[in-house]
Design a protein around this ligand. Structure first.
Ligand code: GLN
Ligand code: ZN
Length: 767
């Protein structure tokens, strides 16, 4: 019999109950015991939902109080010394690692493969001595058995992925550290075996990234050890997010089952399966439901794929499942009462994906006839959205097509533009500016809430926003900044704001997904053709500009970022969706320019994070990103200065891309990693305007003048003072008013000091 399974289920709950419980505990409003009881209720609820929907192999231990990588590090005692404080409960130590405390900075956090989920980076030194602190999966396994009668499938992050994602040790110590971890894994697995586990899922997502022969032989060794040490429990080695490059080697590893993603990577795993077959004695866990998107599957073609698979792999040993954990999708469509029916019917979140999984399993076990009606319903729902007016806006599609034959580019080379812009703006050396947003105080958030609820009418809300703009324009002038911003007070979120104004976007009520820890995001859904109806930002920018003689920068979110932070339709290529967004932004930029706004910033903080895992796909992605950015920004006059902003510093790899964007000025987030950055600029020459964040906005600390002066001077060792801009690292919306005012005052002073030093030296030279 073919079985159904899932790899993991969302932690956050239908209404983010999990998040709320965590935050109450952190605030001290819940005692540890109460908190744990509440959390247990949620954990069991999630298991029960999967059981009730007929999932055969239910994952256990995928649940987490923060993050599964942190869970794994913690269970193996990989706790940095700075968190080892007497009298702290394990629970609090665990949270300290994730969030930091008064005396210890949190562990780093970084993106989980190509998702928008962030994991806590384990730290271990060359001589780390891991030990098994507690077998958390065993505990959860027994809990599910006792309380729900579920013999679950424990899930654990594999040792090779764990180590590869960790930092703090040198490459040559990898094997030694691995050899210390493997016996601990064996112990965990043995305990699960003794407790009656039939299957254990070991996640090794690094198998879908680029590995080499040496890595593969490490896999062989480690999994051989598990095989030698265990008797009855079966290991399901799970890969996801992309296809595996070493297909033949992976499917021959000494494990009972292999989990493969049959959705992503244009069917590469399926091709490998057809080409190389699949070992007769192994179970294949086939990820045929997309675990990452929010759309109903095309059940008909999934079933066809399964039939192709069962022609090769034994149906009796087949498992049908989503392509990855459902952690990356919202919980349920059921609670969305405000979406239009056409769209709602075409959606499938976690709970709906459970049903798709069991439907397909049933189709294999009982024959297609048994699920015919569901297949039909499914295809009708998909078809209705596909043929809806929202997806068939010919004028939008025509425009995209037209531009495909054209290489968008600015009229003049940047060096010419630079001169023209300097004549136009007449800015001092080392111009000072900020990234766009200013403190979003409780007052501002409350005002927006009142307006959304209808307690405030448009006029009242707009007046309120204008008052804030006015106040801050004045404050920025007092501080002495050279290029001002309106402050983004009218925006809740840099993508949502634009999505709400553009056609083709929909917003849900509860479709949250975990981003990191208790932080959840609710990405908009791009379901139709994207188009601009009327200007989105002109009113506020115009108002700000009317209050000052200094230039005010227009502020937009770029096409790639809007795409990467949304759930995107899949009936057309995502690059075409990006182009539609770019064309809408092109019109917005035109409108700003017509209103004499001639400095316009187009933020692309998510450009880098969309980079595909497979190197073979990266260049296309980067080329398309450049294309979309230029499509949005190139149609302006030479005197109009295009700025862009990105939120990271590891851009060594994308330096060329950054240059190709041809933005007149870029600001990047570098206050935390100045050293690395300087090297990047030593290696690549960059000639356009550039602002390297001179202070870190992620902490309330007010940086000293001297400190920022040093940062500026350091950057000027590799960059020309005539191209350098002085700005903070990122937007200031999370900071307070007083600290922001003080920090910016210091920043302006620092720029001024360096400016004076340079002018003095130039004067001496002239003599
Ligand atoms: N302009 C945005 C802001 O200042 C940029 C935010 C970002 O880079 N994430 O908030
Ligand atoms: Zn930023």
């Amino acid at each position: 019999m073919t079985k159904s399974s899932t790899l993991g289920y969302p932690r956050i709950g239908e209404k983010r109950e999990w998040k709320k419980a965590l935050e109450q505990y952190w605030k001290g409003n819940l005692q540890e015991e109460e908190f744990l009881t509440e959390i247990e209720g949620l954990r069991l609820h999630y298991l029960k939902k999967q059981k009730d929907r007929g999932i055969d192999l239910i994952p256990i231990g995928d649940f987490s109080l923060y993050d599964h990588v942190l869970d794994t590090a913690f269970m193996f005692g990989l706790i940095p010394d700075r968190f080892k404080v007497q009298d702290k409960s394990d629970l609090d130590t665990y949270f300290d690692m994730a969030r930091g405390n008064e005396s210890a900075v949190a562990c780093e956090m970084t993106k989980w493969f190509n998702t928008n989920y962030h994991y806590i980076v384990p730290e271990l030194q060359n001589d780390a001595e891991p030990s098994l602190l507690n077998n958390r999966v065993l505990h959860y396994f027994e809990e599910a058995k006792q309380k729900l009668g579920i013999t679950g499938k424990p899930v654990i992050l594999g040792p090779i992925t764990l180590l590869k994602l960790s930092k703090g040790y040198q490459e040559e110590h990898f094997t030694t550290l691995l050899n210390k971890l493997v016996p601990l894994y064996v112990q965990v697995l043995k305990e699960l075996e003794n407790a009656g586990a039939e299957w254990v899922q070991i996640d090794e997502p690094v198998l879908s990234t680029t590995l080499d022969d040496k890595d593969i032989s490490i896999f062989k060794e480690v999994y051989q050890t598990f095989n030698d040490e265990l008797t009855s429990v079966k290991i399901l080695l799970q890969t996801y997010f992309e296809s595996v490059d070493y297909y033949e080697e992976v499917v021959s590893l000494p494990v009972a089952g292999i989990g493969l993603d049959f959705v992503h990577d244009e069917g590469a795993n399926l091709l490998s399966l057809q080409k190389h077959g699949f070992p007769k004695d192994k179970t294949l866990a086939a990820g045929v439901i997309n675990g990452r998107n929010i759309w109903r599957s095309d059940l008909k073609s999934s079933l066809a794929a399964l039939n192709t698979i069962t022609a090769i792999a034994d149906k009796e040993r087949l498992i049908v499942q989503p392509s990855c954990s459902l952690l990356h999708v919202p919980v349920t469509v059921e609670t969305e009462h405000e979406l239009n029916t056409e769209l709602k019917n075409a959606l499938a979140f976690a709970d709906q994906k459970l049903e798709e999984t069991t439907t397909l399993t049933e189709g294999l076990n009982k024959g297609e006839e048994a699920i015919r009606q569901r297949i039909e319903e499914n295809s009708n729902a998909r078809g209705a959205l596909l043929s809806s007016a929202s997806r068939n806006r010919l004028e939008v599609q025509k425009e995209v097509k037209f531009w495909k034959g054209v290489e968008p580019s600015r009229d003049q080379h940047h060096s010419t533009r630079q001169k023209l812009q300097q004549e136009y703006f007449n800015l001092p050396l080392l111009p000072t500016t900020t990234i766009g947003s200013l403190p979003q105080t409780t007052e501002i958030r409350q005002a927006r809430m009142r307006w959304r609820k209808g307690d405030w009418d448009d006029v009242k809300y707009e007046e309120f926003i204008e008052a804030n703009i006015r106040e801050w324009i004045e404050r920025q002038e007092d501080i002495g900044l050279d290029v001002l911003i309106h402050g983004e007070f009218e925006r809740n979120d840099m993508v949502e704001f634009f999505g709400e104004k553009l056609d083709g976007f929909a917003f849900t009520r509860y479709a949250w997904v975990q981003s990191y820890g208790s932080r959840c995001v609710k990405p908009p859904i791009i379901y139709g053709d994207v188009a601009l109806n009327e200007p989105m930002t002109v009113k506020e920018i115009n108002y700000a500009q009317s209050q000052t003689a200094k230039p005010v920068k227009g502020m937009l979110t770029g096409p790639v970022t809007i795409l990467n932070w949304s759930f995107v339709r899949e009936d057309i290529s995502q690059y075409d969706v990006t182009k539609q967004i770019a064309l809408a932004l092109q019109k917005e930029i035109k409108a700003l320019e017509e209103n004499q706004i001639q400095m316009i910033q187009v933020d692309e903080p998510a450009l880098r994070e969309g980079l595909p895992l497979k190197p073979a796909k990266q260049q296309t992605y980067l080329d398309e990103a450049v294309y979309a950015f230029k499509l949005a920004t190139s149609a302006v006059n030479n005197e109009t200065q295009i700025h862009t902003h990105m939120c990271y510093s590891e851009f060594g790899a994308i330096m060329e891309t950054i240059d190709q964007l041809d933005a007149d000025v870029i600001s990047i987030e570098t206050a935390r990693s100045h050293g690395e950055l300087i090297t990047a600029f030593e290696e690549h020459s960059y000639e356009k305007g550039i602002g390297l964040g001179v202070y870190d906005i992620h902490s309330p600390r007010i940086p000293k003048v001297e400190e920022m002066e040093r940062n500026i001077e350091r950057a000027l060792q590799v960059l020309d003072s005539r191209q350098f801009w002085v700005n903070p690292d990122c937007g200031l919306k999370t900071r307070g008013v007083t600290e922001t005012t003080e920090a910016l005052t210091n920043m302006v002073k620092a720029a001024d000091n360096v400016r004076q030093r340079i002018n003095k030296e130039e004067a001496v030279k002239e003599k």
